[in-house]
Design a protein around this ligand. Structure first.
Ligand code: ADP
Ligand code: TYD
Length: 207
């Protein structure tokens, strides 16, 4: 099964990804955790270029191609072989991040992003995608607890940007059956339980 997590920065994705990983491992499942951008030697090099605050002259077109290049490599080098080998692949962000951030957030046409995504991932689309939804006010409160030095090039974007990204995700969620919108203001435990129950439902359906 291929599972992706989406949401604006600070929504709690990494926390939930780790909890799901340990749950599945306790069930003796083979689990491969990946984070985007990154996950292969080439993709990690691309990640460094993308998140480097010195690269503030990067144009949007470069940004979408770099994210997609990193993903294309990850899909072929890691995700497909793992899925074929019976792994649960859990990805902290995947192609919906490009639609939400570079499309709805930065303003590139969503149509062209869908085409670029298609070239990068082909039919390697997640079976289920958890969109952990929090408001921008909540994100700002969590962000305030993080030192500015720890924020990357994209995390230092203004709040209007994240508002567009969040609304973009909500729009994608309406059109994609694989999306599950999760209230990210619930406790870490409640969110984890909801995610596990959705996965169990999906597995029941697929049996
Ligand atoms: P992301 O990977 O989406 O950026 P993290 O999992 O790193 O998010 O969480 C961002 C911050 O929010 C961390 O300080 C984390 O402890 C906190 N956090 C995560 N989940 C919750 C939750 N359900 N309620 C309150 N705070 C949370
Ligand atoms: P990361 O540190 O992985 O953020 P997080 O912990 O919130 O997932 O940095 C990834 C940043 O890149 C994040 O701000 C979202 C952004 N991003 C895009 O803009 N487009 C994409 O396609 C992806 C995968 C990430």
């Amino acid at each position: 099964m291929f599972i992706s997590f989406e949401g604006i920065d600070f929504s709690g994705k990494s926390t939930q990804v780790k909890l799901l990983e340990s749950y599945l491992k306790k069930q003796n499942k083979k689990v491969k955790l990946i984070r985007e951008p990154g996950g292969t030697v080439i993709s990690e090099k691309i990640r460094n270029i993308l998140l480097d605050k010195e690269n503030n002259s990067m144009v949007i077109e470069t940004e979408i191609f770099l994210f997609s290049a990193s993903r294309a490599q990850l899909v072929r080098e890691v995700i497909r072989p793992c899925l074929e080998d019976g792994y649960y692949v859990i990805s902290d962000r995947f192609h919906d991040s490009s639609t939400a951030y570079q499309g709805y957030g930065r303003g590139l046409s969503v149509d062209s992003i869908v085409k670029i995504n298609n070239l990068a991932i082909g039919n390697t689309v997640p079976d289920i995608t958890f969109f952990i939804d929090i408001s921008n006010e909540e994100a700002a409160e969590r962000k305030a607890k993080t030192s500015m030095a720890d924020l990357d090039r994209i995390e230092i974007s203004d709040e209007n940007f994240f508002e567009r990204v969040r609304n973009g995700y909500l729009e994608i969620a309406e059109s994609e059956k694989r999306f599950r919108v999760i209230d990210g203001t619930k406790s870490v435990k409640e969110i984890n339980e909801k995610i596990i129950s959705e996965i169990n439902i999906l597995e029941g359906v697929n049996k």
